[in-house]
Design a protein. Structure first.
Length: 613
Protein backbone atom coordinates (compact mmCIF):
# COMPACT_ATOMS: atom_id res chain seq x y z
CA UNK A 1 0.00 0.00 0.00
CA UNK A 2 1.23 3.49 -0.80
CA UNK A 3 -0.03 7.02 -0.26
CA UNK A 4 -0.56 9.58 -3.00
CA UNK A 5 1.99 12.20 -2.07
CA UNK A 6 4.74 13.45 -4.38
CA UNK A 7 7.57 15.19 -2.54
CA UNK A 8 8.58 17.11 -5.67
CA UNK A 9 5.09 18.59 -6.04
CA UNK A 10 5.11 19.51 -2.35
CA UNK A 11 8.53 21.15 -2.63
CA UNK A 12 7.38 23.17 -5.65
CA UNK A 13 4.37 24.48 -3.75
CA UNK A 14 6.47 25.27 -0.69
CA UNK A 15 8.90 27.27 -2.83
CA UNK A 16 6.08 29.04 -4.69
CA UNK A 17 4.24 29.89 -1.46
CA UNK A 18 7.30 31.26 0.32
CA UNK A 19 8.37 33.14 -2.82
CA UNK A 20 4.94 34.75 -3.11
CA UNK A 21 4.90 35.58 0.59
CA UNK A 22 8.24 37.37 0.46
CA UNK A 23 7.37 39.28 -2.68
CA UNK A 24 3.97 40.37 -1.35
CA UNK A 25 5.49 41.70 1.88
CA UNK A 26 8.03 43.69 -0.12
CA UNK A 27 5.35 45.04 -2.42
CA UNK A 28 3.16 46.10 0.49
CA UNK A 29 6.02 48.13 1.95
CA UNK A 30 6.93 49.62 -1.43
CA UNK A 31 3.30 50.57 -2.05
CA UNK A 32 3.25 52.68 1.11
CA UNK A 33 6.27 54.63 -0.13
CA UNK A 34 4.69 55.14 -3.55
CA UNK A 35 1.46 56.38 -1.97
CA UNK A 36 3.29 58.98 0.12
CA UNK A 37 4.87 60.41 -3.03
CA UNK A 38 1.63 60.37 -5.02
CA UNK A 39 -0.50 62.15 -2.38
CA UNK A 40 1.97 64.96 -1.76
CA UNK A 41 -0.13 67.38 -3.86
CA UNK A 42 -3.37 65.37 -3.94
CA UNK A 43 -6.23 67.29 -2.29
CA UNK A 44 -9.92 66.78 -1.71
CA UNK A 45 -12.24 63.79 -1.47
CA UNK A 46 -10.39 61.87 -4.14
CA UNK A 47 -7.16 62.06 -2.16
CA UNK A 48 -9.05 60.39 0.68
CA UNK A 49 -10.48 57.77 -1.68
CA UNK A 50 -7.01 57.04 -2.99
CA UNK A 51 -5.34 56.75 0.41
CA UNK A 52 -8.21 54.63 1.76
CA UNK A 53 -7.94 52.25 -1.18
CA UNK A 54 -4.17 52.15 -0.89
CA UNK A 55 -4.37 51.30 2.80
CA UNK A 56 -6.76 48.47 1.97
CA UNK A 57 -4.35 47.29 -0.72
CA UNK A 58 -1.38 47.20 1.64
CA UNK A 59 -3.38 45.46 4.38
CA UNK A 60 -4.79 42.86 2.00
CA UNK A 61 -1.36 42.27 0.49
CA UNK A 62 0.18 41.74 3.92
CA UNK A 63 -2.69 39.45 4.88
CA UNK A 64 -2.20 37.37 1.74
CA UNK A 65 1.53 37.20 2.43
CA UNK A 66 0.70 35.70 5.82
CA UNK A 67 -1.66 33.15 4.24
CA UNK A 68 1.09 32.01 1.88
CA UNK A 69 3.63 31.82 4.70
CA UNK A 70 1.17 29.63 6.62
CA UNK A 71 0.50 27.55 3.51
CA UNK A 72 4.21 26.89 3.04
CA UNK A 73 4.46 25.82 6.68
CA UNK A 74 1.39 23.59 6.31
CA UNK A 75 2.83 21.83 3.25
CA UNK A 76 6.13 21.33 5.05
CA UNK A 77 4.17 19.69 7.88
CA UNK A 78 2.25 17.56 5.37
CA UNK A 79 5.55 16.45 3.84
CA UNK A 80 6.83 15.38 7.27
CA UNK A 81 3.58 13.54 7.98
CA UNK A 82 3.78 11.82 4.61
CA UNK A 83 7.33 10.72 5.43
CA UNK A 84 6.18 9.35 8.77
CA UNK A 85 3.30 7.45 7.16
CA UNK A 86 5.58 6.04 4.47
CA UNK A 87 7.93 4.77 7.18
CA UNK A 88 5.01 3.20 9.05
CA UNK A 89 3.76 1.48 5.89
CA UNK A 90 7.27 0.29 5.03
CA UNK A 91 7.86 -1.04 8.53
CA UNK A 92 4.47 -2.77 8.42
CA UNK A 93 5.26 -4.38 5.05
CA UNK A 94 8.68 -5.49 6.25
CA UNK A 95 7.22 -6.91 9.49
CA UNK A 96 4.57 -8.83 7.54
CA UNK A 97 7.31 -10.30 5.34
CA UNK A 98 9.26 -11.37 8.42
CA UNK A 99 6.10 -12.76 10.03
CA UNK A 100 5.35 -14.76 6.88
CA UNK A 101 8.83 -16.26 7.13
CA UNK A 102 8.24 -17.08 10.81
CA UNK A 103 4.93 -18.71 9.92
CA UNK A 104 6.75 -21.00 7.50
CA UNK A 105 9.22 -21.96 10.19
CA UNK A 106 6.43 -22.66 12.68
CA UNK A 107 4.71 -24.91 10.17
CA UNK A 108 7.92 -26.74 9.25
CA UNK A 109 7.79 -29.17 12.19
CA UNK A 110 11.47 -28.56 12.86
CA UNK A 111 11.83 -27.88 16.62
CA UNK A 112 14.78 -25.53 16.10
CA UNK A 113 12.93 -23.57 13.40
CA UNK A 114 9.82 -23.36 15.59
CA UNK A 115 11.90 -22.15 18.54
CA UNK A 116 13.73 -19.56 16.47
CA UNK A 117 10.43 -18.33 15.05
CA UNK A 118 9.07 -17.95 18.59
CA UNK A 119 12.15 -16.02 19.77
CA UNK A 120 12.11 -13.78 16.69
CA UNK A 121 8.44 -13.02 17.30
CA UNK A 122 9.12 -11.98 20.89
CA UNK A 123 11.85 -9.49 19.94
CA UNK A 124 10.02 -8.33 16.79
CA UNK A 125 6.56 -7.20 17.93
CA UNK A 126 3.95 -6.12 15.41
CA UNK A 127 4.35 -2.43 14.62
CA UNK A 128 1.49 0.00 15.03
CA UNK A 129 -0.99 -0.49 12.19
CA UNK A 130 -2.89 2.70 12.90
CA UNK A 131 -2.93 4.80 9.75
CA UNK A 132 -1.85 8.41 10.16
CA UNK A 133 -4.39 11.08 9.36
CA UNK A 134 -2.71 14.08 7.76
CA UNK A 135 -3.51 17.54 9.01
CA UNK A 136 -5.98 19.17 6.60
CA UNK A 137 -4.65 22.13 4.64
CA UNK A 138 -6.61 25.36 4.73
CA UNK A 139 -5.61 28.40 2.68
CA UNK A 140 -8.32 30.99 2.26
CA UNK A 141 -8.19 34.62 1.19
CA UNK A 142 -10.52 37.14 -0.43
CA UNK A 143 -9.51 40.72 -1.27
CA UNK A 144 -11.76 43.64 -0.44
CA UNK A 145 -13.26 45.86 -3.13
CA UNK A 146 -11.77 49.35 -2.93
CA UNK A 147 -13.68 52.61 -3.25
CA UNK A 148 -13.63 54.31 -6.66
CA UNK A 149 -15.75 57.42 -6.17
CA UNK A 150 -15.44 60.51 -4.03
CA UNK A 151 -19.07 61.24 -3.28
CA UNK A 152 -19.64 63.67 -6.12
CA UNK A 153 -23.32 64.06 -5.29
CA UNK A 154 -22.39 66.09 -2.23
CA UNK A 155 -20.34 68.57 -4.22
CA UNK A 156 -16.76 69.58 -3.64
CA UNK A 157 -13.59 69.46 -5.73
CA UNK A 158 -10.30 67.60 -5.80
CA UNK A 159 -6.89 68.45 -7.24
CA UNK A 160 -3.66 66.59 -7.92
CA UNK A 161 -0.39 66.60 -9.83
CA UNK A 162 -1.19 64.32 -12.79
CA UNK A 163 2.49 63.47 -13.35
CA UNK A 164 2.80 62.19 -9.78
CA UNK A 165 -0.29 60.02 -10.24
CA UNK A 166 0.98 58.62 -13.55
CA UNK A 167 4.34 57.86 -11.94
CA UNK A 168 2.46 55.91 -9.27
CA UNK A 169 0.45 54.05 -11.92
CA UNK A 170 3.56 53.06 -13.88
CA UNK A 171 5.41 51.89 -10.78
CA UNK A 172 2.34 50.03 -9.51
CA UNK A 173 1.90 48.18 -12.78
CA UNK A 174 5.59 47.32 -12.93
CA UNK A 175 5.37 45.89 -9.40
CA UNK A 176 2.25 43.91 -10.30
CA UNK A 177 3.91 42.49 -13.41
CA UNK A 178 6.69 41.19 -11.17
CA UNK A 179 4.26 39.77 -8.63
CA UNK A 180 2.23 38.22 -11.46
CA UNK A 181 4.99 35.67 -12.04
CA UNK A 182 4.60 34.51 -8.44
CA UNK A 183 0.88 34.11 -9.03
CA UNK A 184 1.56 32.01 -12.13
CA UNK A 185 3.98 29.78 -10.23
CA UNK A 186 1.52 29.42 -7.35
CA UNK A 187 -1.26 28.45 -9.77
CA UNK A 188 0.87 25.81 -11.45
CA UNK A 189 2.28 24.45 -8.18
CA UNK A 190 -1.14 24.35 -6.48
CA UNK A 191 -2.72 22.47 -9.41
CA UNK A 192 0.11 19.93 -9.38
CA UNK A 193 -0.04 19.52 -5.61
CA UNK A 194 -3.79 18.84 -5.61
CA UNK A 195 -3.28 16.17 -8.26
CA UNK A 196 -0.08 14.56 -6.95
CA UNK A 197 -0.68 14.87 -3.20
CA UNK A 198 -4.32 13.89 -2.78
CA UNK A 199 -3.46 12.02 0.45
CA UNK A 200 -3.62 15.45 2.14
CA UNK A 201 -7.18 16.75 2.58
CA UNK A 202 -7.82 20.37 1.60
CA UNK A 203 -10.62 21.98 3.56
CA UNK A 204 -10.35 25.50 2.16
CA UNK A 205 -8.60 26.59 -1.01
CA UNK A 206 -9.57 30.10 -2.05
CA UNK A 207 -6.02 31.46 -1.80
CA UNK A 208 -5.27 31.15 -5.52
CA UNK A 209 -8.54 32.74 -6.64
CA UNK A 210 -8.07 35.35 -3.91
CA UNK A 211 -4.57 36.15 -5.19
CA UNK A 212 -6.07 36.45 -8.67
CA UNK A 213 -8.72 38.78 -7.28
CA UNK A 214 -6.14 40.97 -5.54
CA UNK A 215 -4.21 41.39 -8.78
CA UNK A 216 -7.44 42.20 -10.63
CA UNK A 217 -8.28 44.82 -8.00
CA UNK A 218 -4.78 46.32 -8.40
CA UNK A 219 -5.26 46.48 -12.16
CA UNK A 220 -8.64 48.22 -11.75
CA UNK A 221 -7.07 50.69 -9.34
CA UNK A 222 -4.28 51.48 -11.80
CA UNK A 223 -6.71 52.02 -14.69
CA UNK A 224 -8.97 54.14 -12.50
CA UNK A 225 -6.11 56.31 -11.24
CA UNK A 226 -4.75 56.65 -14.77
CA UNK A 227 -8.15 58.01 -15.80
CA UNK A 228 -8.12 60.44 -12.86
CA UNK A 229 -4.62 61.64 -13.80
CA UNK A 230 -5.59 62.11 -17.44
CA UNK A 231 -8.66 64.08 -16.37
CA UNK A 232 -6.49 66.42 -14.30
CA UNK A 233 -4.02 66.69 -17.16
CA UNK A 234 -6.76 67.71 -19.62
CA UNK A 235 -7.86 70.32 -17.12
CA UNK A 236 -4.37 71.80 -17.15
CA UNK A 237 -3.78 71.01 -13.51
CA UNK A 238 -6.92 72.78 -12.30
CA UNK A 239 -9.17 71.37 -9.61
CA UNK A 240 -12.09 69.26 -10.83
CA UNK A 241 -15.47 68.63 -9.30
CA UNK A 242 -15.85 65.29 -7.59
CA UNK A 243 -18.91 64.71 -9.75
CA UNK A 244 -16.70 64.93 -12.86
CA UNK A 245 -14.18 62.55 -11.37
CA UNK A 246 -16.91 60.13 -10.34
CA UNK A 247 -17.61 59.60 -14.03
CA UNK A 248 -14.09 58.24 -14.51
CA UNK A 249 -14.98 55.23 -12.39
CA UNK A 250 -17.66 54.22 -14.89
CA UNK A 251 -15.32 54.33 -17.90
CA UNK A 252 -13.83 50.86 -18.23
CA UNK A 253 -12.46 48.63 -20.96
CA UNK A 254 -14.58 45.86 -22.40
CA UNK A 255 -14.96 42.85 -20.10
CA UNK A 256 -13.02 40.71 -22.58
CA UNK A 257 -10.09 43.13 -22.70
CA UNK A 258 -10.14 43.66 -18.93
CA UNK A 259 -10.04 39.90 -18.48
CA UNK A 260 -7.02 39.62 -20.74
CA UNK A 261 -5.11 42.40 -18.99
CA UNK A 262 -5.58 41.04 -15.47
CA UNK A 263 -2.09 40.45 -14.04
CA UNK A 264 -1.13 36.89 -13.16
CA UNK A 265 -2.73 34.94 -15.99
CA UNK A 266 -0.79 31.88 -17.07
CA UNK A 267 0.16 31.81 -20.77
CA UNK A 268 -2.61 29.26 -21.35
CA UNK A 269 -5.12 31.58 -19.67
CA UNK A 270 -3.82 34.51 -21.74
CA UNK A 271 -4.33 32.51 -24.94
CA UNK A 272 -7.87 31.64 -23.91
CA UNK A 273 -8.72 35.24 -22.98
CA UNK A 274 -7.17 36.61 -26.18
CA UNK A 275 -9.35 34.28 -28.28
CA UNK A 276 -12.39 36.29 -27.10
CA UNK A 277 -11.05 39.52 -28.61
CA UNK A 278 -11.01 40.76 -32.23
CA UNK A 279 -8.13 39.06 -34.05
CA UNK A 280 -7.29 41.93 -36.40
CA UNK A 281 -4.13 44.01 -36.53
CA UNK A 282 -6.31 47.12 -36.61
CA UNK A 283 -7.77 46.29 -33.20
CA UNK A 284 -4.33 46.25 -31.59
CA UNK A 285 -3.30 49.41 -33.43
CA UNK A 286 -6.40 51.20 -32.08
CA UNK A 287 -5.65 50.44 -28.42
CA UNK A 288 -4.37 53.23 -26.15
CA UNK A 289 -0.61 53.25 -25.62
CA UNK A 290 -0.86 52.06 -22.00
CA UNK A 291 -2.99 49.11 -23.12
CA UNK A 292 -0.61 48.31 -25.99
CA UNK A 293 2.21 48.24 -23.45
CA UNK A 294 0.39 45.71 -21.28
CA UNK A 295 -0.64 43.72 -24.37
CA UNK A 296 2.93 43.58 -25.72
CA UNK A 297 4.19 41.81 -22.62
CA UNK A 298 1.59 39.04 -22.37
CA UNK A 299 3.05 35.58 -22.93
CA UNK A 300 0.46 33.48 -24.73
CA UNK A 301 -0.48 36.02 -27.41
CA UNK A 302 0.67 35.29 -30.99
CA UNK A 303 4.06 36.80 -31.77
CA UNK A 304 2.77 38.76 -34.78
CA UNK A 305 0.25 40.57 -32.56
CA UNK A 306 2.77 41.21 -29.80
CA UNK A 307 5.06 42.60 -32.47
CA UNK A 308 2.48 45.23 -33.45
CA UNK A 309 1.99 46.37 -29.87
CA UNK A 310 5.70 46.21 -28.98
CA UNK A 311 6.73 48.28 -31.99
CA UNK A 312 4.08 50.87 -31.19
CA UNK A 313 5.41 51.26 -27.64
CA UNK A 314 9.02 51.35 -28.87
CA UNK A 315 8.16 54.03 -31.44
CA UNK A 316 6.47 56.07 -28.70
CA UNK A 317 9.54 55.64 -26.48
CA UNK A 318 11.75 57.00 -29.25
CA UNK A 319 9.43 59.92 -29.92
CA UNK A 320 8.49 60.77 -26.33
CA UNK A 321 10.88 58.91 -24.00
CA UNK A 322 9.72 60.66 -20.84
CA UNK A 323 6.11 59.55 -21.37
CA UNK A 324 7.04 55.89 -21.84
CA UNK A 325 9.66 56.10 -19.08
CA UNK A 326 6.84 57.02 -16.69
CA UNK A 327 4.44 54.51 -18.24
CA UNK A 328 6.90 51.69 -17.57
CA UNK A 329 7.32 52.68 -13.94
CA UNK A 330 10.86 54.01 -14.16
CA UNK A 331 9.92 57.20 -12.34
CA UNK A 332 11.16 55.72 -9.07
CA UNK A 333 13.77 53.33 -10.46
CA UNK A 334 17.54 53.64 -10.56
CA UNK A 335 17.54 53.70 -14.38
CA UNK A 336 18.01 57.32 -15.44
CA UNK A 337 16.06 58.89 -18.28
CA UNK A 338 19.22 59.41 -20.36
CA UNK A 339 20.18 55.75 -19.98
CA UNK A 340 16.62 54.79 -20.89
CA UNK A 341 16.80 56.91 -24.05
CA UNK A 342 20.15 55.37 -25.04
CA UNK A 343 18.84 51.83 -24.66
CA UNK A 344 15.60 52.65 -26.49
CA UNK A 345 17.46 54.09 -29.49
CA UNK A 346 19.86 51.13 -29.55
CA UNK A 347 16.93 48.72 -29.49
CA UNK A 348 15.18 50.57 -32.30
CA UNK A 349 18.34 50.38 -34.40
CA UNK A 350 18.59 46.64 -33.66
CA UNK A 351 14.98 46.06 -34.67
CA UNK A 352 15.50 48.02 -37.90
CA UNK A 353 18.60 45.94 -38.61
CA UNK A 354 16.66 42.76 -37.83
CA UNK A 355 14.05 43.73 -40.41
CA UNK A 356 16.78 44.10 -43.05
CA UNK A 357 18.43 40.81 -42.10
CA UNK A 358 15.08 39.03 -42.19
CA UNK A 359 14.60 39.98 -45.82
CA UNK A 360 17.63 37.91 -46.85
CA UNK A 361 17.06 34.92 -44.56
CA UNK A 362 17.08 31.56 -46.35
CA UNK A 363 13.79 29.75 -46.75
CA UNK A 364 10.24 30.55 -47.75
CA UNK A 365 9.24 34.18 -48.20
CA UNK A 366 6.53 34.09 -45.52
CA UNK A 367 9.12 33.07 -42.91
CA UNK A 368 11.41 36.01 -43.69
CA UNK A 369 10.32 38.25 -40.88
CA UNK A 370 11.58 39.79 -37.67
CA UNK A 371 9.34 40.22 -34.64
CA UNK A 372 9.72 42.33 -31.52
CA UNK A 373 8.15 39.95 -29.02
CA UNK A 374 7.77 42.07 -25.92
CA UNK A 375 9.20 45.37 -24.73
CA UNK A 376 8.93 46.08 -21.03
CA UNK A 377 10.53 46.01 -17.60
CA UNK A 378 11.87 43.31 -15.30
CA UNK A 379 13.30 44.10 -11.86
CA UNK A 380 13.98 47.69 -12.90
CA UNK A 381 15.70 46.82 -16.19
CA UNK A 382 14.46 47.43 -19.72
CA UNK A 383 13.83 44.08 -21.44
CA UNK A 384 12.82 42.84 -24.89
CA UNK A 385 12.96 39.83 -27.19
CA UNK A 386 13.50 39.75 -30.96
CA UNK A 387 12.74 36.78 -33.19
CA UNK A 388 14.39 36.20 -36.54
CA UNK A 389 11.86 34.05 -38.34
CA UNK A 390 8.12 33.74 -37.73
CA UNK A 391 7.70 32.60 -34.14
CA UNK A 392 4.03 31.77 -34.75
CA UNK A 393 4.60 29.29 -37.56
CA UNK A 394 8.22 28.10 -37.45
CA UNK A 395 8.52 24.35 -37.13
CA UNK A 396 11.81 24.78 -35.27
CA UNK A 397 12.19 27.37 -32.48
CA UNK A 398 15.27 28.34 -30.47
CA UNK A 399 15.39 30.78 -27.55
CA UNK A 400 18.87 32.11 -26.74
CA UNK A 401 19.42 33.51 -23.23
CA UNK A 402 22.35 35.90 -22.57
CA UNK A 403 24.41 36.25 -19.43
CA UNK A 404 26.06 38.84 -17.22
CA UNK A 405 25.66 42.55 -18.04
CA UNK A 406 23.26 41.89 -20.90
CA UNK A 407 20.75 44.60 -21.74
CA UNK A 408 18.69 45.67 -24.73
CA UNK A 409 21.39 48.05 -25.97
CA UNK A 410 23.39 44.99 -27.03
CA UNK A 411 20.50 43.42 -28.93
CA UNK A 412 22.14 44.14 -32.31
CA UNK A 413 25.03 41.73 -31.73
CA UNK A 414 22.73 39.05 -30.39
CA UNK A 415 20.58 39.29 -33.49
CA UNK A 416 23.67 38.78 -35.65
CA UNK A 417 24.54 35.72 -33.58
CA UNK A 418 20.98 34.48 -33.99
CA UNK A 419 21.19 34.87 -37.76
CA UNK A 420 24.39 32.83 -37.88
CA UNK A 421 22.77 30.06 -35.83
CA UNK A 422 19.64 30.05 -38.00
CA UNK A 423 21.64 29.87 -41.24
CA UNK A 424 23.85 27.05 -39.95
CA UNK A 425 20.86 25.07 -38.66
CA UNK A 426 19.20 25.35 -42.05
CA UNK A 427 22.34 24.00 -43.72
CA UNK A 428 21.96 20.94 -41.49
CA UNK A 429 18.26 20.55 -42.33
CA UNK A 430 16.68 22.61 -45.11
CA UNK A 431 13.27 20.95 -44.77
CA UNK A 432 12.26 22.97 -41.69
CA UNK A 433 11.31 26.58 -41.05
CA UNK A 434 13.22 28.29 -38.21
CA UNK A 435 12.82 31.06 -35.66
CA UNK A 436 15.65 32.08 -33.34
CA UNK A 437 14.73 34.40 -30.47
CA UNK A 438 17.26 36.70 -28.83
CA UNK A 439 15.65 36.84 -25.39
CA UNK A 440 16.81 39.67 -23.14
CA UNK A 441 13.85 39.22 -20.84
CA UNK A 442 15.41 39.48 -17.39
CA UNK A 443 17.56 41.86 -15.39
CA UNK A 444 20.95 40.26 -15.94
CA UNK A 445 23.47 40.69 -13.11
CA UNK A 446 26.39 43.09 -13.16
CA UNK A 447 29.83 41.69 -12.23
CA UNK A 448 29.26 42.40 -8.53
CA UNK A 449 26.00 40.42 -8.57
CA UNK A 450 27.07 37.42 -10.60
CA UNK A 451 28.01 35.36 -7.54
CA UNK A 452 24.48 35.50 -6.17
CA UNK A 453 21.31 33.66 -7.22
CA UNK A 454 18.84 36.55 -7.01
CA UNK A 455 18.85 37.53 -10.70
CA UNK A 456 18.63 33.96 -11.96
CA UNK A 457 15.81 33.05 -9.59
CA UNK A 458 13.83 36.10 -10.66
CA UNK A 459 14.60 35.69 -14.35
CA UNK A 460 13.74 31.98 -14.32
CA UNK A 461 10.02 32.66 -13.92
CA UNK A 462 10.10 35.18 -16.79
CA UNK A 463 11.81 32.69 -19.10
CA UNK A 464 9.45 29.88 -18.12
CA UNK A 465 6.47 32.09 -18.93
CA UNK A 466 7.94 33.07 -22.31
CA UNK A 467 8.67 29.47 -23.30
CA UNK A 468 5.20 28.32 -22.26
CA UNK A 469 3.75 31.28 -24.12
CA UNK A 470 5.27 30.12 -27.41
CA UNK A 471 3.50 26.78 -27.01
CA UNK A 472 0.20 28.13 -25.72
CA UNK A 473 -0.11 30.90 -28.31
CA UNK A 474 -0.35 28.29 -31.08
CA UNK A 475 -3.87 26.82 -31.33
CA UNK A 476 -2.56 23.74 -33.11
CA UNK A 477 0.18 23.00 -30.59
CA UNK A 478 3.79 24.03 -30.13
CA UNK A 479 6.74 23.85 -32.52
CA UNK A 480 7.93 20.47 -33.71
CA UNK A 481 11.38 21.13 -32.24
CA UNK A 482 12.20 23.56 -29.42
CA UNK A 483 15.68 24.38 -28.10
CA UNK A 484 16.74 26.68 -25.28
CA UNK A 485 20.36 27.80 -25.48
CA UNK A 486 21.97 29.88 -22.75
CA UNK A 487 25.30 31.63 -22.27
CA UNK A 488 27.19 32.27 -19.03
CA UNK A 489 24.83 33.40 -16.21
CA UNK A 490 21.96 32.89 -18.65
CA UNK A 491 22.46 29.14 -18.26
CA UNK A 492 21.88 29.47 -14.51
CA UNK A 493 18.66 31.34 -15.23
CA UNK A 494 17.60 28.89 -17.93
CA UNK A 495 18.16 25.68 -15.97
CA UNK A 496 15.97 27.08 -13.20
CA UNK A 497 13.39 28.36 -15.67
CA UNK A 498 13.09 24.98 -17.38
CA UNK A 499 12.12 23.44 -14.05
CA UNK A 500 9.12 25.80 -13.93
CA UNK A 501 7.68 25.38 -17.41
CA UNK A 502 4.48 23.50 -18.10
CA UNK A 503 5.81 22.34 -21.48
CA UNK A 504 8.93 20.30 -22.24
CA UNK A 505 11.53 21.35 -24.78
CA UNK A 506 13.66 19.04 -26.87
CA UNK A 507 17.06 20.36 -25.83
CA UNK A 508 18.68 22.72 -23.39
CA UNK A 509 22.23 23.79 -24.29
CA UNK A 510 24.49 25.58 -21.82
CA UNK A 511 27.68 27.22 -23.13
CA UNK A 512 30.29 29.04 -21.06
CA UNK A 513 28.17 28.44 -17.95
CA UNK A 514 28.91 30.04 -14.59
CA UNK A 515 27.21 27.02 -13.02
CA UNK A 516 23.95 25.25 -12.30
CA UNK A 517 22.41 25.64 -8.82
CA UNK A 518 23.68 23.01 -6.41
CA UNK A 519 21.15 20.28 -5.86
CA UNK A 520 19.73 20.57 -9.38
CA UNK A 521 18.26 17.25 -10.51
CA UNK A 522 18.60 17.11 -14.30
CA UNK A 523 15.53 14.87 -14.37
CA UNK A 524 13.52 17.85 -13.08
CA UNK A 525 14.60 20.00 -16.04
CA UNK A 526 11.80 19.93 -18.60
CA UNK A 527 14.11 19.10 -21.51
CA UNK A 528 14.59 15.75 -23.20
CA UNK A 529 18.32 16.42 -23.56
CA UNK A 530 20.66 18.66 -21.56
CA UNK A 531 24.04 19.64 -23.05
CA UNK A 532 26.95 21.74 -21.84
CA UNK A 533 30.21 23.03 -23.22
CA UNK A 534 32.97 25.33 -22.02
CA UNK A 535 36.13 26.35 -23.87
CA UNK A 536 39.51 25.80 -22.25
CA UNK A 537 40.41 29.39 -23.18
CA UNK A 538 37.29 30.78 -21.53
CA UNK A 539 38.70 32.62 -18.49
CA UNK A 540 35.41 33.82 -17.00
CA UNK A 541 33.18 30.73 -16.79
CA UNK A 542 35.40 29.11 -14.10
CA UNK A 543 35.56 32.43 -12.24
CA UNK A 544 31.78 32.65 -12.30
CA UNK A 545 31.56 29.15 -10.89
CA UNK A 546 34.11 30.04 -8.23
CA UNK A 547 32.40 33.23 -7.04
CA UNK A 548 29.10 31.36 -6.92
CA UNK A 549 30.61 28.27 -5.29
CA UNK A 550 28.24 28.48 -2.34
CA UNK A 551 25.20 28.04 -4.57
CA UNK A 552 26.44 26.78 -7.97
CA UNK A 553 28.62 24.13 -9.56
CA UNK A 554 30.02 23.23 -13.00
CA UNK A 555 27.18 21.75 -15.08
CA UNK A 556 29.52 19.02 -16.29
CA UNK A 557 29.46 17.61 -12.76
CA UNK A 558 25.72 16.88 -12.86
CA UNK A 559 24.42 13.46 -13.82
CA UNK A 560 22.49 13.60 -17.05
CA UNK A 561 24.40 16.47 -18.68
CA UNK A 562 26.00 15.61 -22.03
CA UNK A 563 29.25 17.41 -22.87
CA UNK A 564 30.48 18.59 -26.27
CA UNK A 565 33.64 20.39 -27.33
CA UNK A 566 34.25 24.06 -28.02
CA UNK A 567 37.82 23.47 -29.24
CA UNK A 568 39.03 23.61 -32.83
CA UNK A 569 37.76 20.81 -35.06
CA UNK A 570 37.75 19.75 -38.67
CA UNK A 571 37.05 23.04 -40.47
CA UNK A 572 35.89 24.84 -37.32
CA UNK A 573 37.55 27.23 -34.89
CA UNK A 574 38.02 26.89 -31.14
CA UNK A 575 36.51 29.50 -28.84
CA UNK A 576 39.14 31.95 -27.61
CA UNK A 577 37.32 33.64 -24.72
CA UNK A 578 34.03 34.00 -22.90
CA UNK A 579 32.02 36.15 -25.31
CA UNK A 580 28.91 34.88 -27.02
CA UNK A 581 29.83 36.33 -30.41
CA UNK A 582 32.51 38.18 -32.35
CA UNK A 583 32.31 39.61 -35.83
CA UNK A 584 34.04 37.53 -38.53
CA UNK A 585 36.61 40.32 -38.95
CA UNK A 586 37.79 39.82 -35.37
CA UNK A 587 40.73 37.61 -34.43
CA UNK A 588 38.72 36.45 -31.41
CA UNK A 589 36.20 33.62 -31.62
CA UNK A 590 33.05 33.67 -29.53
CA UNK A 591 30.85 30.67 -28.78
CA UNK A 592 28.44 31.60 -31.58
CA UNK A 593 30.94 33.17 -33.96
CA UNK A 594 30.85 32.10 -37.58
CA UNK A 595 32.49 28.68 -38.07
CA UNK A 596 33.11 28.10 -34.38
CA UNK A 597 32.91 24.50 -33.25
CA UNK A 598 30.24 25.45 -30.72
CA UNK A 599 28.05 27.08 -33.36
CA UNK A 600 28.20 24.02 -35.62
CA UNK A 601 27.33 21.61 -32.80
CA UNK A 602 24.57 23.84 -31.45
CA UNK A 603 23.13 24.21 -34.96
CA UNK A 604 23.01 20.43 -35.30
CA UNK A 605 21.19 20.17 -31.97
CA UNK A 606 18.76 22.87 -33.08
CA UNK A 607 18.10 21.22 -36.45
CA UNK A 608 17.73 17.66 -35.11
CA UNK A 609 16.41 18.29 -31.61
CA UNK A 610 19.41 16.42 -30.23
CA UNK A 611 23.13 15.93 -30.80
CA UNK A 612 24.08 13.30 -33.31
CA UNK A 613 26.63 10.52 -32.79
Amino acid sequence: MTIVFDDGAADALIAAAHGASGDLRSQAMANRVRVEAAVWEFRGSYATVFTTGSTMRSEDTQRLAGVFADLGTAIERAKREAGTERRRLRESREWRAREADRAKRRASGDPLAVASAYIDGVVDPRPDDTAAHPTPVTATFAPRARPRTGGGSSGGTSSADPDALLTFVGASRAADNSTAQHLIQVKNAWTRFRSACSWVPVEGSTVVSGFDGLMAENALEASWLEGIANAFDRAGGSALSNLTLDAVATVTASPALSGLLRPGLTPAEVASAYARLPQTDGYIESLPLATQYLFANLDGIPAAKRDIASRAVLAAAVEDPEQVYTLMGFGEQRVGLSDFEQQVHALQEAVDEADLRAEVLPGLSDSKTAQLVGFGVHDGALVAAVSLGDLDTAENVTVNVPGMSSDVSGMGERIQAAEGLLRQARIDDRSQTYAVVSWVGYHAPNPAEVGFPDRSESGAAELASFVDGVFDSRPGGGPGTFTVAAHSYGSTTAVQGLQLTEHRVDSFVSYGSVGFPRGTEIGDVHADNVYATAAKDDPLAPVGQWVGVATRADPLGFDGVQEFSSEAGDGTYGVTGHDMWHDSDSDDVGYLSQDSTTLHTLAQIVADGKMGP
